[in-house]
Design a protein around this ligand. Structure first.
Ligand SMILES: [Zn+2]
Length: 111
């Protein structure tokens, strides 16, 4: 997947979830590969979602890329709702549930 495609997905999903300010997808520069690599993160200050280069460019499983984007958008929505985007707490999980974003990524600490 390329950056334009990822941003297109983000556009569609942001509308779906009611995110008022759509975050921009960027490639995480110092991406690492492996089970403990960061898959992505959301930065409220600049309203950007950084995605691991290898996941975005090399993974053929689009579902997983979608899940990473969805998860990071939940952080963006969390920030929109309560000016906090960092935590995978109870409130965060409620937001995920309301949007139908589930699976491992709703609670995964992706570090
Ligand atoms: Zn997270």
């Amino acid at each position: 997947m390329n950056l334009a495609q990822a941003n297109e997905i983000t556009k569609t999903l942001s509308k779906k979830y009611g995110i008022l300010h759509r975050p921009t997808i960027r490639i995480l520069k110092n991406s690492r590969y492996g089970s403990n690599a960061i898959m992505g993160y959301f930065t409220p200050k600049t309203n950007e979602i950084f995605i691991n280069k290898y996941i975005l460019e090399q993974w053929t499983n689009k579902e997983i890329i979608n899940d990473v984007i969805k998860h990071e958008l939940m952080h963006a929505l969390s920030y929109q709702i309560r000016k906090d985007s960092k935590y995978h707490d109870k409130k965060f999980k409620e937001i995920c549930e309301q949007c139908g974003v589930g699976g491992n990524l709703s609670s995964a600490k992706k570090k």
